[in-house]
Design a binder for this molecule. Structure first.
Ligand SMILES: C[S@@+](CC[C@H](N)C(=O)[O-])C[C@H]1O[C@@H](n2cnc3c(N)ncnc32)[C@H](O)[C@@H]1O
Length: 357
């Protein structure tokens, strides 16, 4: 289950194994030939070393409302033109089964080769290149997919990916139907998941304007101040949780002491309460779909992103889960890292819960 369309789409394709592998390769090689010829005729060959003779005003681009969602300079005009030409061809010519693979191969190439972004680990700009290969990395991704598919057993298990908000999982799944949960949910760390996948989300047309983007953000557990809305109410669910309230108060107190007054900083304490409230809503709705004795694993990390106030995420989620009738079976540390600002050890852990039923 994933709320955002891009990772949900990627997960869906990556778990669709029953495809005609040779058909995918053959069909994609044809697209390669056709688009390569087309862009060469237009005067914008795939090879960035070759001269470009296309008139800039003839370059394809995105509608203004979509373009403004992109992080500035995350893709240059020439590679964008070539990517949109390829996209158009995929959309026009593909049977739906091949089309999804071909789109995912394009999404990957956008992030790794075509665009100018870099992860460090947050998304940012790398070298802004005027031109880049587009068709070549795309077809290389298709060939890699075909190779991977050859390793899949004959009768693979069926996987279903839901694009949905896991805070209302009970609207989607049947009562008493789930044996196990394993998930890597957000943590309160200021990460904006809609930025991480923005380039490919926008180019594939999965978010076309600000209103659609905002609609998607609203389906997320609140974990960063860019995704907080006035009418958010998940904090109500942790009103009686003393630990969460104490942390939020300490964050706000420190903000005032430090004289920090930006709009984002003023929201730090609120987003912390919204985060734990949202996770509480998720755990609450899970109760209706879990089978008694079901086991759950949540991969989460300690955080000190808000003015260095330590948030022991797994421990706190465990307390919330206990109050909702789960048993904490354990918290297993799988990694620690040193927070440079505080010199404290931050743990990445798996919180293991059992539903008592
Ligand atoms: C730490 S990432 C994990 C991503 C991916 N599952 C993985 O393991 O690499 C957290 C993910 O939770 C998703 N998410 C946030 N709020 C959600 C919600 N309410 N329902 C479903 N997914 C959500 C985010 O979009 C993001 O992809």
């Amino acid at each position: 289950m994933e709320a955002l369309p891009m990772p949900a789409f990627a997960s869906r394709v990556k778990t669709s194994w029953e495809i005609d592998r040779d058909g995918l390769l053959e069909h994609s090689e044809k697209i390669t030939e056709k688009v390569t010829e087309k862009i060469e005729r237009q005067g914008v060959p795939d090879d960035p070393e070759l001269p470009v003779t296309i008139d800039r005003k003839d370059l394809m681009t995105l509608p203004h409302e979509s373009f403004r969602l992109l992080l500035k300079d995350s893709i240059s005009p020439l590679p964008l033109h070539k990517a949109l030409t390829l996209l158009e061809e995929i959309q026009q010519s593909s049977k739906s089964t091949f089309g999804e693979y071909q789109l995912l191969a394009l999404a990957k190439a956008l992030v790794t080769d075509i665009g100018n972004i870099r992860f460090g680990p947050e998304v940012g700009l790398g070298i802004v290149k005027a031109n880049a290969w587009v068709i070549q990395p795309w077809i290389a991704n298709i060939r890699a997919m075909a190779r991977d598919l050859s390793t899949v057993p004959k009768r693979p298990k069926k996987a279903i990916v839901h694009q949905a908000d896991s805070r209302s999982v009970d609207r989607l799944l049947a009562q008493n139907s789930v044996d196990a949960v394993f998930t890597s949910p957000p943590y309160p760390n200021e990460k904006d998941y809609t930025r991480t996948t923005r380039l490919e989300t926008v180019i594939l047309g999965l978010a076309r304007d600000m209103a659609e983007l905002r609609g998607l953000k609203r389906t997320l557990v609140r974990s960063n101040t860019r995704g907080v809305y006035k009418d958010d109410m998940d904090d109500e669910l942790v009103r009686a949780n003393k630990t969460v309230q104490d942390i939020a108060e300490r964050i706000e107190k420190r903000r005032i002491e430090m004289g920090k007054t930006s709009g984002f900083e003023r929201l730090y304490h609120r987003v912390t309460k919204l985060y734990f409230g949202g996770m509480s809503r998720h755990l609450e709705s899970m109760r209706r779909v879990l089978k008694p004795g079901a086991l759950l694993g949540y991969v989460v990390g300690d955080q000190a992103s808000y003015l260095r106030i330590m948030i022991r995420t797994a421990q706190l989620l465990g307390e919330i889960a206990e109050s909702l009738g789960y048993r904490v079976e354990g918290i297993e540390v799988f990694r620690t890292r040193l927070a440079t600002a505080t010199r404290e050890q931050l743990r990445e852990e798996v919180l293991i819960l059992r539903w008592r039923g």
